[in-house]
Design a protein around this ligand. Structure first.
Ligand code: ATP
Length: 235
């Protein structure tokens, strides 16, 4: 479904990605783990066109996307939930969700999707007329994920959904990510510092250090890998 080949991304003179290769098949949950500043967010932003690569290729469903703008990439079926959520605090929950469907013309489908989202996150139904900025951190994360789903993505990019949330809320959100993957057949690419949780959810994982992929394997193998256990699982 998605392949990155020798992707190099820069911020001015700073090279954040140093030639990375990643392959994701339809239906998978893939995670990218690594320390602060390794280049995980940049990887997602390179895919979604926010930080386009200077070198290399990104192919999504047989189409080169590395030269396309973010809005076109969204319309092809890739939505990103950014780190720190970035919902619209002044808009209501419902208005935030409607913004997620901005590029879509199919009103009936949009209404059905809204219903599906309210089933997935009942708390958002209760809060539908409340300003986004008044929600708790966990509820804002749910809203950010829901807003991305309103674009009907085939591939959902999630950047640190667990950041700053209580363990019980994180558990809830991870269960919903699994549900979105199985029920909705949405492929998921998850960036996480919480490697333990991420590897328990994902089918496969990539480990990133200083702008390079240093390891890739099944989640099961990564969870039992000595280096990974020491560096990322605190065991
Ligand atoms: P974190 O978990 O802290 O977000 P990360 O693995 O997602 O870390 P990136 O945010 O992708 O890492 O950062 C990769 C490198 O690029 C780091 O060295 C970072 O300092 C640098 N970088 C990120 N954003 C910018 C920017 N806007 N301008 C300059 N350098 C940047």
């Amino acid at each position: 479904m998605l392949s990155l080949s020798n992707v190099e991304t820069y911020y001015g003179n700073i090279q954040a990605l140093k030639g990375i290769n990643i392959n994701i098949s339809a239906g998978e949950i893939i995670t990218l783990i690594g320390a602060n500043g390794a280049g995980k967010s940049t990887t997602l932003m390179s895919i979604s066109g926010i930080a386009p690569p200077r070198e290399g290729k990104i192919i999504f469903m047989d189409r080169e996307i590395h030269n396309l703008t973010p809005d076109v990439i969204v319309s092809l079926g890739i939505s990103q939930v950014p780190e720190g959520r970035h919902i619209f605090p002044e808009l209501t929950v419902l208005e935030n969700l409607q913004m997620g469907a901005f590029l879509r013309a199919d009103n009936k489908q949009t209404r059905d999707d809204l219903e599906y989202i309210f089933e997935l996150f009942p708390i958002l139904t209760q809060r539908r007329n409340q300003a986004g900025g008044t929600l708790s951190g966990g509820e804002q994360q749910m809203l950010a994920i829901s807003r991305a789903l309103m674009a009907r993505p085939k591939l959902l990019l999630l950047d640190e959904p667990s950041l700053g949330l209580a363990p019980i809320v994180v558990k809830q959100i991870f269960e919903i990510i699994r549900k979105i993957n199985t029920e909705n057949n949405t492929t998921v690419f998850l960036v996480e510092q919480n490697a333990n949780l991420a590897l328990r959810l994902a089918d496969r994982g990539y480990v990133m250090e200083n702008g390079r992929i240093v390891l890739e394997d099944s989640s099961e193998n990564l969870l039992s890998n000595e280096e990974v256990r020491k560096a990322y699982l605190g065991i």
